[in-house]
Design a protein around this ligand. Structure first.
Ligand code: FES
Length: 254
């Protein structure tokens, strides 16, 4: 698709800090190239604000390649914007029309306190991983892939679950602010493979406990998380998480 220039208005959330009053601010941006990514459009806005002597909009980003999970905002009511399986940094301005007004808000969730503007504190995810999202077996040096037989369908399901980049869109989209899709991805990627089985019960209990302690809500089968996940994680992982948790709770850890 040939690039063109469009004029848009952004209605963007500004908030100086956690206790400060927030408000939407409107800015008209002209000559936005449709080949730009959404974050590059925000760069243009920030350059404009900086040249005018104003505070730029704070937003998270790192790789800008859809890998790291740092970026994220709610665009026109949808976490990461209107394109499916797309991070905010991979969303391009060609998906917007000349004259559009685009509403941009931070990921909101009880367990994701706002830091500034579009930046929220997602360290709750880190603490859930610290509670059990790893394997502690000594795996030694890399072994030949065929040494430990893993059925292909299980390997593929584990890889699909491991695609989670921990962006938090699932939490922002869930009416209950649940982190079940994130946690279920982390639980699944290990539970499906032999290397993750020794600790599967302890892991499920510890990660669910950490999730609850962080103030995330419960899954209500709304499926909003699945719709906005930039890596296409399925809620089938949530069903697996529930089974892993039940097994551990009923049978107990070793
Ligand atoms: S900035 Fe890394 S995924 Fe978007």
């Amino acid at each position: 698709m040939a690039s063109k220039k469009i004029t848009i208005t952004v209605r963007i959330w500004r908030q100086a800090g956690p206790g400060a009053e927030g408000r939407f601010e409107e800015h008209r941006l002209e000559e936005i190239n449709t080949d730009m990514s959404f974050l590059e459009m925000l760069d243009v806005l920030n350059e404009k604000l900086t040249l005018a002597g104003r505070e730029p909009v704070a937003f998270d980003h790192d790789c800008r390649e859809g890998i790291c999970g740092m970026c994220g905002a709610v665009v026109d009511g949808i976490a990461h914007g209107p394109e499916r399986e797309t991070t905010l940094c991979q969303l391009h301005m060609r998906h917007f029309k000349d004259g559009d007004t685009i509403c941009i808000e931070p990921f909101r969730g009880r367990a994701f306190p706002l830091v500034r503007d579009l930046v929220v504190d997602r360290s709750a995810f880190d603490r859930i991983i610290q509670a059990g999202g790893y394997v502690s077996v000594n795996a030694g040096s890399a072994r030949d892939g065929n040494t430990i037989p893993v059925a292909q369908h299980l390997a593929e399901q584990a890889m699909d679950a491991a695609a989670c980049i921990g962006c938090g869109a699932c939490v922002a989209a869930c009416p209950n602010g649940a982190a079940m899709l994130f946690v279920s991805g982390k639980i699944s990627q290990f539970a499906l493979l032999p290397q993750g089985r020794p600790e599967r019960k302890r892991r499920a209990l510890a990660m669910v406990r950490a999730m609850d302690n962080e103030g995330f809500g419960n899954c209500g089968n709304e499926r909003e998380c699945e719709n906005v996940c930039p890596k296409g994680l399925s809620i089938r992982n949530i069903a697996r998480l529930n089974r892993e948790y039940l097994r551990a709770a009923l049978v107990g850890t070793d």
